[in-house]
Design a protein around this ligand. Structure first.
Ligand code: NAD
Ligand SMILES: O=C(O)C(=O)C[C@@H](O)[C@H](O)[C@H](O)COP(=O)(O)O
Ligand code: ZN
Length: 366
C-alpha cells in the first residue's frame, strides 16, 4: 500500500514471508524521522558514512547524541572500496568496542556501496541487529537501499558474500542529491531505466521527453522518476525477498555488468556497467528471437540520451565470460540471463548458445 501527503511519499515494503514491513520515505528534511525509527529501546547508534559525507555523518552523530543516544560515527572509504571484508571487520571492531547489543541500531548514510556494507555489518553483528538506510545517491534511493540485499565483494567477484537483511526504514532526502556529481547522478539513472524496461515503461517516456532534464536533480520529473522506480523495486521484493524466482528480474543487465565492474577493478560505477549490461541483454534477447527490434534499439537510444555508456572494450570477452560463470543466477555450469520478451515482460534465458553470447557481445564491443 502507498500513501501520499503534500511533502512526503511513503512506500510500503515487505511484511510477507515472516519479515517485518517497513516504509521508504521520499521527500525533504526527513532526518527528523530518524529517532522515531531508531526507537527508545536502542541505547547506542552507529552512523556509518563514506569519507565524502564526513560532515553529514558527524552532524547526524551529534544530533543523535543530543537526543540521548550513545552515538558513534564510523567513517568508511568512498564507493566500492568500502565493500570489503577488511572494512566490515573494522566496523565489527568499532561496534565491539562500543558494547553494541542486539537492541542497538546501525544507520547507513551514503550511496549504494555504503548501505550495502552497513546492511551487511547489521546482518552479521550478533547475527543481526536493526538498521536504517539513508541513501544519498539516486542509485541508493531507487535500488540499493530498498529490498534488503546486503553484501561485500571478494577478490573473485562482486557481491559474492552477503545476506538478505531488510532495513527498518529508508529515508530518501532528495536534498542530498544536490551535492552529487553529474557522473554519479547519471549512473543512478541506469537503474531507473532498468525499472522502466522491466516493469514501468512510463519511466522511459518521462526520460525520453527531456533527457537533459533527467540528468539533474532540479529536473521536473526527478521525484516521480525516483518514486516510480522505488515502487517497482518495492513490489518485486515484497513478492520475493530471497530471490527464489521473480526477484531475478531486478538483475536485468547485471550478469555482464558485474563482470565489467570486476574487470575494471571497480573504477567504473555500477550504473555505468549496468547500462552496457542492459544493451548486451537486449541484444541477446533479440538474437534469441525473444525481443522485437524496436524495444532492443530503444535501450541504446535512451541510455545514450542521458550520457550512459553503451559499449565496452572488445578485447576482454574471455575474461568477462569467465567471471559471468560465478554470477548468482548460474546453476552448476548453466549460465542464466534475464532478457525481455517485450516492454515490461522480463523472462529467464537458460544456457544460451555460446555463439549467441558472442554475437550479443559483438554488438557492445567498442
Ligand atoms: N543492495 C542492492 O540491492 C543494490 C542495488 C543496486 C546497487 N547496489 C550497489 O550499490 C553500489 C553503487 O552505489 P552508488 O551508485 O550509490 O555508488 P557509491 O555508493 O559508490 O557512491 C558513489 C560516490 O558518491 C559519494 N557520495 C554518496 N552520496 C553523496 C552525496 N550526496 N554527495 C556527494 N557525494 C556522495 C560516495 O562517497 C562515492 O564516492 C554498488 O556497490 C552496487 O553493487 C546494491
Ligand atoms: O535487488 C536485487 O535483487 C537486484 O538484483 C538489484 C540490483 O540492481 C543490484 O545491483 C544487486 O545488488 C545485485 O545483486 P546480486 O545478487 O546480483 O549481487
Ligand atoms: Zn544494480
Amino acid at each position: 500500500m502507498t500513501t501520499q501527503h503534500p511533502s512526503v511519499t511513503r512506500i510500503a515494503v515487505g511484511g510477507t514471508a515472516g519479515t517485518a514491513p517497513y516504509d521508504v520515505l521520499v521527500g525533504r528534511q526527513l532526518l527528523g524521522e530518524l529517532p522515531g525509527l531508531i526507537g527508545r529501546e536502542a541505547r547506542r547508534v552507529a552512523v556509518l558514512h563514506p569519507e565524502a559525507l564526513a560532515d553529514t555523518g558527524e552532524a547526524l552523530r551529534e544530533d543523535l547524541a543530543g537526543q540521548g543516544y550513545e552515538a558513534i560515527a564510523v567513517q568508511l572509504p568512498n564507493a566500492e572500496e568500502s565493500k570489503t571484508a577488511e572494512v566490515a571487520a573494522y566496523c565489527w571492531k568499532a561496534l565491539g568496542q562500543t558494547g553494541f547489543t542486539r537492541t542497538d541500531v546501525i544507520v547507513g548514510v551514503g550511496g549504494g556501496a555504503t548501505t550495502d556494507l552497513a546492511g551487511f555489518v547489521a546482518a552479521t553483528w550478533l547475527r543481526g541487529v536493526r538498521w536504517i538506510a539513508v541513501p544519498t545517491t539516486v542509485l541508493g534511493m531507487v535500488d540499493a537501499a530498498v529490498g534488503g540485499k546486503t553484501g561485500i565483494n571478494t577478490a573473485e567477484g562482486k557481491n559474492l558474500v552477503g545476506a538478505f537483511h531488510p532495513p527498518a526504514g529508508v529515508l530518501c532526502d532528495l536534498a542530498a542529491l544536490e551535492s552529487l556529481g553529474t557522473h554519479d547522478y547519471v549512473s543512478g539513472l541506469a537503474e531507473i531505466i532498468k525499472a522502466g524496461f522491466i516493469a514501468d515503461p512510463a519511466i522511459l517516456e518521462l526520460i525520453e521527453s527531456d533527457p537533459q532534464a533527467a540528468r539533474s536533480p532540479a529536473g521536473p520529473h526527478t521525484a516521480e522518476l525516483i518514486e516510480r522506480s522505488i515502487r517497482v523495486k518495492a513490489e518485486v521484493v515484497t513478492d520475493d525477498l530471497k530471490e527464489s524466482g521473480r526477484r531475478e528480474i531486478l538483475n536485468y543487465g547485471h550478469t555482464l555488468a558485474h563482470a565489467i565492474e570486476k574487470n575494471e577493478r571497480y573504477n567504473w560505477r555500477h550504473g555505468a556497467a549496468v547500462s552496457v549490461g542492459m544493451v548486451f541483454a537486449a541484444e541477446l534477447g533479440r538474437i534469441a528471437g525473444r525481443l522485437d527490434d524496436a524495444t532492443a534499439d530503444r535501450h541504446r537510444a535512451v541510455l545514450e540520451s542521458v550520457g550512459l555508456p553503451v559499449t565496452y572494450r572488445g578485447d576482454q570477452w574471455p575474461k568477462l565470460l569467465d567471471t559471468m560463470k560465478v554470477d548468482k543466477k548460474s546453476r552448476g555450469d548453466r549460465l542464466r540471463f534475464i532478457v525481455l520478451e517485450g516492454l515490461g515482460r522480463p523472462a529467464v534465458l537458460e544456457s544460451p548458445d555460446p555463439a549467441m553470447l558472442l554475437a550479443a557481445h559483438a554488438e557492445i564491443a567498442a
